[in-house]
Design a protein around this ligand. Sequence first.
Ligand SMILES: Nc1ncnc2c1ncn2[C@@H]1O[C@H](COP(=O)(O)OP(=O)(O)OP(=O)(O)O)[C@@H](O)[C@H]1O
Ligand SMILES: [Mg+2]
Length: 363
Amino acid sequence: MASVTIANVWKYYGKTSAVRDLNLNCNDGEFLCVLGPSGCGKSSTLRMLAGLEHISAGDILFGERRINDIPPKDRDIAMVFENYALYPHKTVYGNIANSLRLRGMSKADIQQRVQKAARMLEIDHLLDRRPGELSGGQKQRTAIGRAIVREPRLFLFDEPIAHLDAKLRAHMRVELKLMQRDLRTTMIYVTHDQLEALSMADRVAVMHEGVLQQFGPPQEVYHRPANRWVAGFVGEPPMNFLDCDLAEEGGDLCVRHPNFTTPLLPEQAQIMQAKGGGRGVTLGIRPDEIALAAEPGLHAFSGQVMITEPLGGDLLVDVILEGSKVLVKAKPNYRGGRGEVCHLTFDRERWHLFDREDGQAYF
Ligand SMILES: Nc1ncnc2c1ncn2[C@@H]1O[C@H](COP(=O)(O)OP(=O)(O)OP(=O)(O)O)[C@@H](O)[C@H]1O
Ligand SMILES: [Mg+2]
């Protein structure tokens, strides 16, 4: 069993806490991504799992077994860390094959595994080079190769493809996911790149300042962010936020902003009546959940085009509202130019309201 349980885990460096009361579980064979910005405690968490860092408080279990005090070599894990320390005097082949040789595997079997990994990682033409003769991305892929040939019970990957160019990263995302599915190995994968997390993970754990913010499948994290922080971190271009309040109009509970007063959908109004009485709210809506038109329509309101940015197939439009600004992903055939009046409609099925003080999502 290679399920992993992290129970009430803390990491202190001196007096500062890098990981605060973390609770996570990863099922056997699951691909779990830990996602968050620089300094949020991702590597500290992974290093505690690997046994490279003392656990200040709490427990880590592999299956039913508490591993807090088990040395790294006895944990049956393979790691790829940020500073992929390769053996400088060994070739790429030697680096990847090393753990298999120590295990006493036959030459033919080693060759087969190394070749397979090297082909997948697109480094099969580099097997005779030494690390000093490789680029950063090639070293990184060698380190991944070294980990995957071991076929351990648990992979711990820390930003393993951060040094690759965009095209190679996209290729590696697919390959790593396929590899993990084929081997059915449990994977805990750290990244600050939300695209990686959303595209690869079965579940994503979003961290901020050492605290777990949300833990769920990618779709849930994207469509039902638990709070404003997660909503703003996940998604590109980022979600728009507008300070609003709630007001009754014509018997409907509405979201009110200087530019618009738009009714909530009935189930949303129910949530707000039950929980949100009288408090300031922040409206959150993603750029692709706003429709942009030259003519007014039902529940549409007007703004002024500030600038348009064509991005190949998409068109990003910055729209000025009273005292705020929203970014809209428009259809490429939208023709509005700078300074023109435009009409916006929010997709009310998709918008979110957050408490303005604590940032928690109402829906
Ligand atoms: N050995 C250490 N001694 C003191 N503080 C540390 C040490 N290692 C990490 N920290 C601090 O703990 C916090 C979390 O660090 P950690 O390396 O876990 O972040 P991270 O999420 O992996 O960030 P990044 O994306 O930049 O790698 C940071 O504020 C960092 O400065
Ligand atoms: Mg890190």
